[in-house]
Design a protein around this ligand. Structure first.
Ligand SMILES: [Zn+2]
Ligand SMILES: [Zn+2]
Length: 287
């Protein structure tokens, strides 16, 4: 082992701590120590040399923002080659909660399947995208603008999905999707909550609308991010763009959004957020 390496690591370790806002990483010092003391760092002093000026700027950003940005960009590209996760937030529990909410569920009372579930919140301005989140949970802030109008009901004698003939009687009877209003047979429908329409209990919807709900979640997250940018807030922003990344395909529109959020983080000297956005921008377009 090269004798000069330990001292480089010591220098880097001395840069570590909390002033960087490389959140969320818990506890930050240990994670960076792990990174810096890994064999890759010790074996590649050239990388450390390359990174060192950028790390100094990150620690004490006295330079003009643009320069900070380009140095961080260089840093993130190098870091991505070594280990890309240290500044990316863990959203696993949030994703689980959202996916659970959007899973098919049986109705709560089978005897009421003929009846409409009442919309629970048509008078409320917003309804959180998942049920039962605690106040001050990141998900509690993500709301739907609940639409007040019902969809137009299309009454057909065949299922819009499988084309089976339907009757008005109990066997083979017709049901309407609560999202699109099309007629389907019971086999082609699933029970899901439609919180964006105010249905907090499961209602019948068709498969196509179930897929469409993913886009509605993305819209809700996106509009909350926009509000954060306008309000000058960074609270949970790192989690929200991670969720957006999780539920969306990379495209030019998202690329521009990451750039906007990155500048927003930069203005708040939240360099972890800056690097997160850069990572997302550097990520190859997924098929
Ligand atoms: Zn059908
Ligand atoms: Zn539908």
């Amino acid at each position: 082992m090269n004798a000069s390496n330990p001292s480089l690591n010591e220098q880097l370790a001395a840069l570590a701590p909390d002033g960087w806002s490389w959140k969320p990483s818990d506890p930050p010092a240990l994670i960076f120590q792990d990174l810096w003391l890994s064999t890759k760092w010790v074996d590649v002093p050239r990388l450390i040399d390359e990174l060192f000026p950028a790390l100094l700027i990150l620690k004490d950003p006295a330079s003009p923002p643009r320069r900070v940005n380009s140095e961080i960009e260089k840093t993130v590209q190098i870091l991505c080659n070594i280990r890309s996760i240290v500044y990316l937030p863990d959203i696993a529990s949030l994703v689980t909660a959202i996916d659970n909410e959007n899973r098919s569920k049986p109705p709560e009372q089978m005897c009421n399947i003929d009846e409409d579930n009442e919309r629970r919140s048509s008078t409320r301005s917003g309804l959180s995208i998942v049920n039962g989140t605690e106040p001050k949970s990141p998900l509690d802030q993500l709301c739907y603008d609940v639409e007040s109008s019902s969809c137009a009901i299309t009454d057909n004698s065949t299922c819009s999905d499988c084309k089976k003939k339907l009757s008005l009687f109990v066997f083979g009877r017709r049901y309407h999707c609560r999202m699109c209003g099309q007629t389907q047979c019971s086999d082609c429908q699933i029970w899901q909550t439609c919180r964006h329409l105010g249905y907090t209990l499961p209602v019948r919807i068709c498969q196509a609308c179930s897929l469409h709900k993913r886009g509605i979640i993305i819209d809700a997250i996106y509009s909350h991010i926009q509000k954060s940018l306008i309000n000058g807030s960074t609270q949970y922003l790192s989690l929200y763009i991670a969720l957006l990344k999780h539920y969306s395909q990379q495209n030019d529109f998202l690329y521009s959004l990451y750039e906007l959020v990155e500048n927003h983080f930069l203005a708040f000297q939240n360099f972890g957020g800056v690097m997160q956005c850069l990572t997302y921008r550097c990520a190859p377009h997924e098929a």
